[in-house]
Design a protein around this ligand. Structure first.
Ligand code: FMN
Length: 209
């Protein structure tokens, strides 16, 4: 399917049929998430991929019992790092050095630039900033799912504190920000499956100068 056709085909699926996603398709979607851009490239988040049904059952009440959490094949939770500091930057510099084959010392100015920018931000500002980055990754995941003809539901409808507690995320320095289920639509039971997609017209959305 062409990209625009895939985007028109996708919708935020409310009911899924429990079928497993072929592993190649799941891997392609996860790779697209991995290749999402982030500010400075710092990637201030990790991504939980929960295929285990028991875990998804336990999480369902924290998602206000939205059925797609258990009916999906995988629940993907984007979790922002709760501590973003010089050690975070140093870890990233090491990745650049290793992956590009450059000495880490050559990256001192870049590291200093990022650290300087972080130094001006409160913990709350950093949390908001990290959370924004997770939404870009979510977007990449949604587009990739559509292109793989896998259904997906973006989800903010959950209690982040309860999800953190259930998965022990605080101990990993993480906080759940947004999620996505991946699976296949149960068209017969999903009132939205045949509904026309609603979007503002291009004239209303775009301001062209
Ligand atoms: C960040 C975000 C959070 C959302 N949270 C939920 C959710 O918790 N449950 C749900 O069923 N749909 C959720 N949606 C789906 C939106 O309602 C849906 O994307 C929107 O109405 C547009 O419809 P479409 O995606 O079907 O084209 C969310 C969408 C986004 C982008």
């Amino acid at each position: 399917m062409k990209l625009l056709d895939a985007l028109k085909w996708r919708y935020a699926v409310k009911r899924m049929n429990g079928a497993k996603i072929p592993s190649e398709k799941l891997n392609n979607i996860l790779e697209a998430i991995r290749f999402a851009p982030s500010s400075f490239g710092l990637t201030p988040y990790q991504v939980l991929v929960i295929e285990d049904e028991e875990t998804r059952k336990k999480l369902t009440p924290h998602f206000y019992n939205q059925p797609q959490v258990v009916e999906s094949s995988a629940l993907v939770i984007f979790a922002a790092k709760t501590t973003i500091n010089e050690a975070t930057v140093a870890e990233y510099m090491q990745e650049i050095a290793d992956q590009r084959g450059v000495p880490v010392d050559a990256l001192k100015d870049f590291a200093g630039y990022i650290n300087g920018s972080l130094a001006h931000q409160s913990d709350e500002q950093k949390a908001i900033w990290a959370s924004k980055q997770t939404y870009i990754a979510l977007g990449f995941g949604l587009v990739a799912a559509a292109s793989e003809e896998v259904d997906a539901t973006p989800m903010e409808g959950f209690d982040p504190a309860a999800v953190d507690a259930e998965l022990g995320l605080a101990a990993h320095g993480l906080h759940a920000t947004v999620a996505m289920t991946l699976g296949f639509r149960d068209a017969a039971n999903d009132y939205l499956s045949a509904a026309k997609k609603v979007r503002f017209t291009a004239e209303k959305l775009f301001i062209k100068k």
